[in-house]
Design a protein around this ligand. Structure first.
Ligand SMILES: [Zn+2]
Length: 350
């Protein structure tokens, strides 16, 4: 992990103390945390990929280990018990075996839980899945061509969920009621009817799976979710995480339509370490960062020192939505801790 961890200053801590210290429960469960080490990459990351994807940015590409996670969260969440649901970096350049092994070793040592990054065609569930403290899966659309990688020119890959989530993963998850954290494919996200149909099909055919839509179905913009949320409502075992959602209006509609018991706080660390915000302009989302990046809007001419961590912007956007709806402390506890705890406990009891 590069020097981003050292970006913490008094102004950041002031934000924490004034806005979040009393608002957040003492125990926090972050349901969306990537951990990896530099040597998990099986090939060099092309320059175009580093420019395209925040997770592959030179500032974080060298890894985000459990030690980095602890050091960062201890510093920016003083007085809180901040835990994570961990998984690897599901990129085509990553050796998934090494990634999964690392997650398991971290979880065993720290009493945490993890999600397994499966290859799209996974036919056999790895031995000692539960002993290795996995409680579900985190498949990824981009891995569709894991065996024969092509260089993607765009991130919005047009594949079906069934192209990257194997039947075996679905059946095993259903049998044990596991978490399936889905990063949905396709350019139009939840506004693509095919995505809705596929989520519904999974919910219907595999009713015991705890489906969690990562980034609330990649809904960084209000227009991504405002209509589609009604289609999601009817799916009983469906949850969303808040990873990198910085929009108050997205959180508000999620709370109104799905309720606090279906929303899991997730950060997308280490991406959420970048100082800046994920913003919605004319129904498209853009990252704005204090340090100019090829993947963000920024300016080296402007003085953007006053930005804070994206993870604080995630929490801020939840807090404003919670306040605007006059929700209770119980709702906040659901989002930041209880929902994830309940899902995991339910799996452990089986
Ligand atoms: Zn992520």
């Amino acid at each position: 992990m590069g020097n981003l961890l050292e970006d913490l200053n008094d102004e950041d801590l002031k934000i924490f103390n004034e806005e979040f210290s009393d608002f957040l429960p003492v125990e926090i469960m972050d349901s969306h945390v990537h951990l990896w080490k530099k040597d998990f990459f099986k090939e060099n990351i092309s320059e175009s990929r580093q420019k395209q994807n925040p997770a592959l940015d030179p500032d974080i590409i060298d890894g985000f280990t459990i030690e980095d996670f602890k050091s960062f969260t201890n510093k920016i969440f003083p007085g809180k018990k901040y835990r994570g649901l961990f998984f690897g970096l599901p990129m085509k350049e990553v050796n998934l075996d090494k990634a999964n092994e690392y997650i398991s070793s971290v979880c065993i040592k720290n009493g945490s839980y993890g999600l397994f990054n499966p290859e799209p065609g996974l036919k056999e569930i790895p031995q000692d899945f539960f002993k290795n403290r996995f409680v579900g899966f985190k498949p990824y659309p981009e891995l569709v061509d894991y065996k024969t990688p092509k260089d993607f020119s765009k991130l919005d890959i047009d594949v079906s969920m069934f192209d990257f989530i194997s039947k075996k993963v679905l059946e095993f998850s259903d049998e044990y009621g596991l978490i399936l954290l889905i990063h949905i494919p396709r350019k139009d996200r939840l506004n693509d009817r095919r995505n809705i149909e596929e989520i519904k099909a999974i919910g219907k055919k595999y009713p015991n799976i705890k489906i969690v839509l990562a980034h609330a179905g990649r809904s960084y913009c209000y227009s991504d979710i405002k209509d589609s949320v009604r289609c999601l409502k009817e799916i009983k075992n469906l949850y969303v995480d808040t990873a990198m959602i910085n929009s108050f209006s997205v959180n508000k509609v999620l709370l109104e339509e799905l309720g606090s018991e279906k929303i899991l706080y997730g950060s997308d660390l280490p991406i959420a370490i970048f100082k800046g915000k994920n913003i919605d302009i004319n129904n498209r989302h853009y990252f704005v960062t204090s340090i100019p990046k090829a993947w963000s809007l920024s300016s080296s001419e402007m003085n953007l020192d006053s930005f804070t961590f994206s993870v604080y912007e995630i929490i801020r956007a939840i807090k404003i939505a919670v306040k605007s709806l006059s929700l209770s402390k119980g709702d906040v506890d659901n989002i930041f801790y209880l929902n994830a705890k309940r899902l995991i406990e339910d799996i452990l009891q089986k």
